[in-house]
Design a binder for this molecule. Structure first.
Ligand SMILES: *[C@@H]1O[C@H](CO)[C@@H](O)[C@H](O)[C@H]1NC(C)=O
Ligand SMILES: *[C@@H]1O[C@H](CO)[C@@H](O)[C@H](O)[C@H]1NC(C)=O
Ligand SMILES: *[C@@H]1O[C@H](CO)[C@@H](O)[C@H](O)[C@H]1NC(C)=O
Ligand SMILES: *[C@@H]1O[C@H](CO)[C@@H](O)[C@H](O)[C@H]1NC(C)=O
Ligand SMILES: *[C@@H]1O[C@H](CO)[C@@H](O)[C@H](O)[C@H]1NC(C)=O
Ligand SMILES: *[C@@H]1O[C@H](CO)[C@@H](O)[C@H](O)[C@H]1NC(C)=O
Ligand SMILES: *[C@@H]1O[C@H](CO)[C@@H](O)[C@H](O)[C@H]1NC(C)=O
Ligand SMILES: *[C@@H]1O[C@H](CO)[C@@H](O)[C@H](O)[C@H]1NC(C)=O
Ligand SMILES: *[C@@H]1O[C@H](CO)[C@@H](O)[C@H](O)[C@H]1NC(C)=O
Ligand SMILES: *[C@@H]1O[C@H](CO)[C@@H](O)[C@H](O)[C@H]1NC(C)=O
Length: 782
């Protein structure tokens, strides 16, 4: 009896693919071949041609462009925004935002999103995706662009960068990891001129340890994944503009991380002329001009500088080689690479407000394929179920005859299909604004999808009020009979160029929820469309029985949420950030710096000292014992899970040194840093069981606690270092295993300038969120 149960257990125990991809994302032989071919091309080009390749050209129709050099067969490069799909396009998809895909904690979906995006960029003739983004990482929850990136946790973001970049480049398109680095707020992100005085951009003053363990971490993953390009941002690091920062670009990115591709400037982020090329910048975009438009950067100037011995030709050759190698490696010089979509010209004009009524608007090439199904699937997978009293959800169609739908985010858009919201008008919000947004070819609103669902079922009334001004000013009338369930849709507008001023959802949302909840006692469910954390002052209102954070789902918004509400999809998203009722809980330092008054016009006023170091998001809450609203890693399901076996931990056999040692001399490419950092040192395993009666997925999370007595002060009490999304039928058990690399178990030793595994007991905890840790163990390596 015992043995048969045991054997049955073993049989159902299939190991899931949990360990991170550890091999470098480039085929070294092929890369070196491509590099040799690039060098051969370089040797055949004259100075003018070489300077042209590293300088953008305004002759193209893409947002950024490099002109062809016919003498060697280089076809030019079309670079397009952005991180959630090709932005300036007709008949392209708007994918879920970075934050949404990270909320899935699903490596496979991250990869599928990257592949689908690559297919669309390639289909439109673009060679470079200006994304994905890991900067901002999300130092402050108020950061206006956090949603474009993945998560304030560097490990989770690192995995998302890795999966996305590999998938994009396997699709034959170059990735551009952005923005290096410390691009953590939008306020004063660029140099401004106030009353005739030049005021420099915000300077992110980041210490060495924080740089390595937090902000640079996901860029190391990006380089490891073989990313073709890295984009430097607008702001300054330690008072030096990122695109002029030699320590960052040359010593750290190209030196320590072994990056062999090219550094490209953000759109007009080049601050100095030839100097920036000496400081490590390899490509100036969008054309031969500087940020202030008064001077020209590069192009013929660079050729002249070389000609006059003011700039070394070897460095120009290096720049050209860096630009050409990924182009050749990915086979972008083949004749079957699609040409740039002719509609691109008019869309770029439209973007700059230059499209005139008399101009043609030719239809774009339709590159959407069947991506709608994937987008719907990802949108549902990015939903995090935060509250579900008495299993109110999923809605049981048999019990429901009358659905109330409320809130300005429920309705169809009223201000157009490009970033269709300014946060004030009525209309659903599928993606944020700026270069990370997109042009929807359609968007399915929640109300539309709910009505469709009700029509299919028959016999269901759908009543709705989508005017927040009306909803917030009192209990609305005109409803009869009272709904069986009230769904309140809230939105939070976030955009490039501005930080959030509050964590509350828009449109007087608190009053809206409270009024609907009073009308709909114990039957109110709130759904948020937001790019990150929100305060939820109504979270413990007993009449609010359900809450779903649905993030920015892209064009299939309504269908995705209906799938979750009606139980076609069992929610399995987990929060990729922490939430709190109070903005102050995030810490005094990790706020948006907003210099006001006369000081704001001082040239050097904008200094943001990252004195909180590693203590952002959940690390800050956990290390300071602050109660969150919903913690990092949290999320409910329509079924239940438990860890079904002990946590077993084993150390690699043989002695392990505290430092990774010198880089092996036989490795030409040390992508992402010393290869020894990426070797597995500790393996952990356990198993997880679906204890409910519905199939579903959970995310098993592994946190590491370094011994506080052998690490610098300011080291968080625990950090995420492994996760596995596991799909389980009702009653099913699966094994999970985690391979922890040397990097996962080390801290950055500033004196040694190297990663070091601390002496003593390292804590390992396994569970279902950062605060729901079910198994603990320790391991001593040194
Ligand atoms: C790497 O590239 C080389 C040269 O293109 C090729 O022969 C080899 O099969 C590739 N290796 C792998 C593992 O794909
Ligand atoms: C460089 O080569 C191009 C042809 O590819 C030619 O038009 C141009 O004159 C050459 N420039 C110089 C300075 O030789
Ligand atoms: C910034 O300055 C600090 C303090 O001097 C130094 O530790 C750190 O390495 C610098 N970071 C960068 C990216 O230059
Ligand atoms: C979309 O089409 C591709 C082939 O064109 C297929 O491999 C894939 O399974 C389809 N995906 C969905 C979600 O239907
Ligand atoms: C929304 O409701 C307010 C208050 O009832 C009203 O003044 C306003 O005109 C309504 N807006 C729209 C777009 O219907
Ligand atoms: C910064 O201050 C200005 C001027 O007081 C204000 O208009 C702006 O909203 C503030 N920005 C943020 C993100 O709080
Ligand atoms: C949940 O169910 C319990 C037990 O039936 C009941 O006492 C409680 O009022 C219910 N809560 C809500 C919010 O309906
Ligand atoms: C940032 O640090 C610098 C140098 O230590 C100091 O002068 C400045 O006052 C600090 N800024 C803020 C806003 O704390
Ligand atoms: C959040 O705020 C609400 C309303 O002020 C309160 O009832 C609830 O307890 C708060 N929750 C937390 C975790 O602070
Ligand atoms: C480099 O040397 C190490 C140690 O001898 C070996 O394990 C590794 O495979 C070698 N790498 C290459 C690319 O030859």
């Amino acid at each position: 009896m015992f043995w048969s149960v045991y054997i049955a257990f073993i049989i159902t125990l299939s190991i899931t693919g949990s360990t991170a991809t550890s091999s470098p994302g480039l085929n070294e032989t092929k890369w070196l071949d491509s590099r040799r071919q690039a060098d051969a091309w370089v040797s055949r080009m004259n100075l003018t041609e070489k300077a042209a390749i590293v300088t953008g050209s305004l002759t193209g129709t893409c947002i950024e462009y490099v002109a062809p050099v016919e003498s060697v067969g280089f076809g030019g490069l079309c670079l397009q925004d952005g991180p959630a799909g090709i932005r300036l396009a007709h008949l392209a998809s708007v994918f879920p935002a970075g934050v949404t895909i990270s909320a899935t904690w699903d490596r496979e979906l991250m990869s599928q999103r990257g592949s689908a995006m690559a297919a669309e960029f390639r289909g439109k003739g673009a060679h470079v995706v200006l994304g994905p983004s890991a900067g901002p990482l999300g130092r402050s929850p108020l950061g206006g662009r956090n949603w474009e990136s993945f998560s304030p946790d560097p490990f989770l973001t690192g995995v998302a960068m890795d999966q996305t970049i590999r998938a994009i480049q396997e699709g034959g398109v170059q990735g551009s990891a952005k923005h290096i680095i410390g691009n953590e707020q939008e306020t004063q992100r660029k140099r401004t001129v106030v009353d005739g005085k030049q005021v420099e951009a915000i300077s992110s003053n980041i210490d060495d340890c924080t740089l390595h363990e937090l902000y640079l971490w996901p860029f190391a993953d990006a380089v490891r994944a073989g990313v073709a390009s890295v984009m430097c941002g607008y702001s300054r690091v330690n008072s030096t503009y990122s695109c002029d920062n030699k320590h960052l670009l040359v010593d750290i990115l190209k030196g320590e991380l072994g990056f062999d591709g090219y550094v490209v400037s953000d759109y007009m982020a080049t601050m100095s002329g030839i100097d920036s090329a000496s400081f490590g910048l390899d490509m100036n975009q969008p054309g031969p001009m500087l940020s202030d438009l008064t001077k020209t950067a590069w192009g013929d100037n660079l050729a002249d500088a070389v000609h006059n011995n003011l700039f070394p030709e070897a460095r120009l050759n290096d720049m050209v080689r860096r630009v050409l190698t990924p182009y050749l490696y990915l086979g972008q010089n083949t004749p079957d690479y699609p040409s740039v979509d002719p509609s691109s010209l008019y869309l770029t004009l439209e973007n700059f407000g230059l499209l005139q009524p008399w101009m043609p608007t030719p239809a774009g090439r339709d590159v959407r394929g069947n991506h709608s199904a994937l987008i719907r699937h990802m949108g549902a997978a990015g939903c995090v179920l935060l509250k579900n009293v008495n299993n109110t959800l999923p809605l049981k169609e048999s019990d429901i005859t009358n659905i109330g739908v409320f809130g300005d985010d429920a309705a169809d858009v009223t201000s157009g299909l490009v970033n269709p919201d300014d946060g004030f008008s009525i209309g659903t919000l599928g993606i944020g604004g700026g270069s990370g947004g997109g042009r929807n070819s359609f968007i399915v609103s929640p109300l539309e999808a709910i009505k469709e669902r009700a029509r299919e079922k028959g016999g269901i009334t759908v009543q709705y009020i989508t005017n927040n001004t009306a909803l917030s000013s009192g209990v609305p009338g005109a409803l009869y009979p009272w709904p069986d369930i009230c769904l309140v849709f809230l939105k939070t507008w976030e955009t490039e160029g501005a930080d959030r001023e509050s964590l509350e959802a828009d449109g007087d949302s608190t009053a809206v929820v409270e009024n609907v909840a009073s009308l709909c006692p114990r039957k109110t469910v709130v759904i948020t469309h937001s790019g990150g954390a929100n305060t939820m002052p109504w979270a413990s209102n007993p009449n609010v029985v359900g809450i779903i954070a649905a993030h920015y789902p892209g064009q299939e918004s309504g269908n995705a949420i209906v799938d979750v509400l009606f139980g076609d999809v069992n929610p399995s998203g987990r929060l990729p950030y922490i939430t709190s009722n109070r903005t102050e809980d995030y810490g005094e330092q990790a706020q948006i710096l907003n210099v006001t008054g006369p000081a704001a016009t001082e040239s050097w006023a904008w200094q943001s000292n990252f004195t909180e170091g590693l203590m952002i998001d959940y690390r800050h809450f956990d290390s300071n014992d602050i109660d969150p609203l919903y913690e990092f890693g949290y999320g409910l399901s329509y079924t239940t899970f438990e860890l079904a076996s002990e946590l077993s931990v084993s150390v690699r056999s043989g002695p392990v040194s505290p430092y990774p040692g010198t880089v092996p001399t036989n490795s030409t490419l040390a992508l992402g840093g010393n290869p020894n950092l990426w070797k597995t040192v500790v393996t952990c395993s356990s198993s997880v069981k679906n204890t409910g009666s519905l199939a579903g997925a959970t995310v098993v999370q592994l946190y590491v606690s370094l011994p506080q007595d052998d690490v610098p002060s300011g080291t968080p009490v625990r950090v995420l270092r492994g996760f596995d999304k596991v799909f389980l039928d009702a009653g099913e058990t699966k094994a999970v295993s985690f391979a922890l690399t040397r990097r996962d178990l080390s801290y950055w030793d500033v004196e040694a300038q190297d990663w070091r595994i601390p002496r003593g007991e390292i804590g390992i905890s396994l569970g279902f969120s950062s605060r729901d840790l079910r198994r603990r163990s320790t391991v001593k390596i040194i």
